[in-house]
Ligand binder design. Structure first.
Ligand SMILES: C[S@@+](CC[C@H](N)C(=O)[O-])C[C@H]1O[C@@H](n2cnc3c(N)ncnc32)[C@H](O)[C@@H]1O
Length: 402
């Protein structure tokens, strides 16, 4: 007899928001995330470590303090701390791995805390990091902190050197607006229910006054603004020391708005989800703006939660405009063409103009500030080049606080 180890998701009659469904998605027990992120790529990890090394050198701090928001099961934290330990970095390192999912943090703790000879220890159930007492100067510690990134301000008062957010922001709540071919404005809404067996993702478009648009938008364009994401960015920037770095990786768009055509075709490949659109036959709208990820089993014996997650593209232009007031900001495309190149066995090279090449291959005599200054004048050209090949793409934002 074949046993299929899948679990039954909850019945949800009254529609809930994107934010709420994502909370349920991450609260569910699972072995692995049902998708891979850039955090698992060695050249990305190497880029982050080289940046940390440069920041440690520039800051000369006694202890290096890193915070990752949306750290999930701490796999990335483990990779980074392992690389720093191999590096023989002289300062002690405190790594605050923050996530609101208890099940993800518990899984990471069970998996990694007893690994021998890794050069650092793990501490779980830390209420606020100020209560965490490092044992000595040379200790390297990962603190697993179960908290909502929104409103999180409790990191060490002495400040942080590095903040990392990897595919956190697309989970949050967004206000989405688009314009039709005549420039009329609409608000795009998304809610989720599961009254019976299939998930229902309900997309609605409500006509609004153009005055409600968060930015000036030409016809057939779409934008998203997130007070929640901006609050997290602002808190993180405030927690950084001068000379500290924030790294944000996610999918989205780098200008203040994107073209409706980028999201013009509805995704019809969902297995346990039905997406319902408004019935305005004339309206061409960004059908695929909200994306659904289903945690379903690909093979019969694989456990799966059968939960869904709804993401939206991140507005990197909005983040850049906010952070530019406080330091240098650089946005680089993830450049999926580079990944294809690597899959064909070719190597990354300086001049590929993506995070993984420019920071992953950063030399001893280079600095984060120097690389940012040299690429910033060509930022738009680099984004346009990659945007023609893949859109929407993922982006890496680097912020160096003044
Ligand atoms: C797409 S996963 C990315 C995980 C990891 N950063 C990576 O790149 O593999 C998003 C993570 O963010 C967490 N998360 C989402 N919203 C959060 C919030 N408001 N506060 C804290 N964690 C959150 C989820 O629990 C999940 O672990």
């Amino acid at each position: 007899m074949m046993i299929i180890m899948t679990s039954r998701p909850p019945k949800i009659v009254d529609p809930i928001s994107k934010r709420e469904i994502n909370r349920l998605f991450y609260a569910a027990e699972r072995r692995e995330l049902p998708f891979a992120t850039q955090a698992g790529f060695e050249p990305y990890q190497e880029g982050v470590v080289r940046i940390i090394r440069d920041i440690a050198r520039q800051q000369g701090s006694e202890r290096l303090r890193i915070m990752e928001l949306g750290a999930n099961d701490c796999s990335f934290a483990m990779d980074i701390m392992g690389r720093l330990a191999n590096d023989g970095i002289r300062t002690g390192v405190d790594y605050l791995a923050v996530d609101f999912s208890a099940s993800a943090l518990d899984k990471g703790y069970a998996r990694y805390s007893q690994m021998p000879g890794k050069g650092f220890e793990m501490v779980r159930n830390v209420e606020v990091p100020d209560s965490a007492k490092p044992n000595g100067k040379q200790d390297n510690v990962i603190y697993l902190v179960q908290r909502d990134a929104a409103g999180f301000k409790d990191a060490w008062a002495s400040g942080l050197d590095v903040v990392i957010m990897n595919e956190l922001l697309d989970d949050l709540s967004y206000d989405v607006y688009f314009t039709d071919k005549d420039g009329r404005a609409y608000r795009l809404e998304c809610s989720v229910s599961r009254p019976q067996l299939r998930w229902q993702v309900n997309i609605d478009a409500e006509r609004v006054d153009r005055k409600e648009l968060p930015v000036q938008m030409p016809p057939r364009s779409v934008t998203a603004t997130s007070a929640e994401a901006m609050g997290i960015i602002e808190n993180a920037a405030a927690l950084l020391r001068k000379g500290g770095v924030m790294l944000v990786h996610d999918y989205g768009f780098a200008d203040r708005y994107d073209s409706v055509d980028t999201y013009g075709t509805p995704n019809v490949s969902y297995k346990i989800t039905q997406v319902n659109f408004p019935k305005h036959p004339q309206l061409s709208m960004p059908y695929d703006f909200f994306r659904v990820y289903e945690d379903v089993a690909e093979f019969a014996f694989e456990p799966a939660s059968n939960m869904i997650q709804v993401t939206s593209p991140v507005n990197f232009g909005e983040i850049e405009a906010r952070l530019e007031k406080e330091g240098k900001v650089l946005i680089l495309p993830h450049g999926r063409i580079i990944l294809h190149k690597m899959q064909r066995g070719e190597s990354l090279a300086k001049g590929d103009d993506v995070f993984m090449s420019e920071f992953g291959l950063m030399e001893q005599d280079e600095t984060v500030a120097g690389i940012m200054d040299s690429l910033k004048p060509r930022q738009q050209e680099i984004i346009d080049y990659h945007g023609k090949l893949y859109s929407p793409d993922f982006y890496d934002l680097v912020f160096l606080k003044r």
